[in-house]
Design a protein around this ligand. Structure first.
Ligand SMILES: *Cc1c(COP(=O)(O)O)cnc(C)c1O
Length: 368
């Protein structure tokens, strides 16, 4: 049996007539950039997260960069984030001109450690950028109370956590601006590059709309220097169709995660994901830990099971961030998790047979 990390073809087959019709409609109306399909998606996506405004963009990286830009963060400023994330989180900070400041993560949920955050705040801190990694929200009330005490805005990296909730509130609703990715493999994926920002602030929403379109305030009138961060019409149409299924797909992801939890708990040497009582985890990834990671990964690969490492190198060890000067041992939890993490296959179209097969193989490795 083969178990891939995701099956975008199976997902397309399951909604093909609707997707094909939506794309056809974009072609008929030649609404290739922004336009009605994108505007409709913006309204629906904002509503799904209980947030007032959604600004549709070209990628999740665009969303992060635009959030920092709209908050006027740049040279001389510090932005606190985690070294255990996808590089885009930190690259956006660098592109803004600000300096990324890393703090370590919680050893159970792999999200920002609020105590470490508090210690890292300086007068130069201009934003706090937690990541809802793998679909598990960061502890937002602790982070928000620290941020509010110091009067520092939060930007959420929600690229992996569409529809996740913390204390009953959807992610995206805890911050000045939250940033989502619709990279094809994300829980809500486009058929190309796409992303979006959410905000409850009318002024920030307007500013982001202008900046994504060259600072244009009326046809050929540019109030400021901006960039081209607009979403394609085809992506808006595809996302509009797929958003209707996202809740059902998320339930399916959670059901598969529950099956893994039930079948794999108690295996010595294997740490399963933790879901905090306040959290509704959306399992973008189901990440386990073991100090035998590399041999475990090879065993699964040989059995036809695709299991990835997210992420094998913490960002302070990347050549791109050598200039920040963090020594080995600076972030012990991030460094340990990077060596031990392995993502088991989990996607909504995964069959019960495939799930059972992965469970059998995991058991076989640890309890031969
Ligand atoms: C995917 C991702 C991004 C970047 O999104 P793109 O759409 O690929 O630009 C940013 N942060 C995290 C945590 C991600 O997983």
């Amino acid at each position: 049996m083969q178990v891939p990390a995701a099956d975008l073809k199976a997902q397309y087959q399951s909604i093909k007539p609707e997707i094909d019709a939506a794309i056809q409609d974009v072609l008929e109306h030649t609404s290739f950039i922004l336009g009605r399909h994108v505007t409709d998606f913006e309204s629906a996506f904002a509503l799904a997260h209980g947030v007032k405004h959604c600004v549709a963009l070209g990628s999740g990286t665009d969303a992060l960069h635009l959030a920092l830009w709209a908050l006027e963060i740049g040279r001389g400023d510090e932005v606190i984030t985690v070294p255990f994330t996808f590089i885009a989180t930190v690259a956006a900070i660098s592109l803004s001109g600000a300096t990324p400041v890393f703090v370590d993560i919680d050893p159970d949920t792999y999200t920002m450690d609020p105590a470490a955050l508090e210690r890292a705040i300086t007068p130069a801190t201009k934003a706090i950028l937690p990541v809802h990694l793998y679909g598990h929200p960061a502890p937002m009330e602790s982070i928000k109370s620290i941020a509010d005490t110091h009067g520092i805005p939060i930007i959420e990296d929600a690229a992996q956590s569409h529809l996740a909730t913390w204390a009953g509130r959807p992610v995206g609703d805890f911050s000045a601006i939250s940033c989502f990715s619709f990279y094809p493999g994300k829980n809500l994926g486009a058929y190309g590059e796409a992303g979006a920002s959410l905000t409850n602030d009318d002024g920030l929403a307007l500013r982001m709309r202008q900046l994504r379109d060259h600072g244009q305030v009326a046809k050929y009138r540019h109030a400021m220097v901006g960039h081209n961060y607009r979403m394609d019409g085809i992506q808006g149409a595809v996302l509009g169709v797929k958003l209707k299924y996202l809740e059902a797909w998320t339930h399916r992801r959670r059901a598969i995660a529950k099956r893994y939890d039930d079948a794999l708990s108690g295996i010595a040497g294997l740490k399963l994901p933790v879901e905090r009582p306040e959290a509704c985890h959306v399992y973008h990834l189901y990440v386990v830990r073991t100090d035998r990671r590399d041999s475990f990964q090879k065993f699964l690969t040989d059995a036809g099971i695709s299991a990835g490492t997210h992420y094998p190198i913490p960002l302070h060890f990347q050549d791109a961030y050598a200039h920040l000067g963090y020594a080995s041992g600076s972030f012990p939890v991030s460094e340990a998790v990077a060596k031990e993490c392995l993502s088991l296959p989990l996607y909504a179209e995964m069959s019960d047979e495939q799930t059972a097969y992965v469970i059998d193989k995991v058991r076989e490795f640890f309890q031969p």
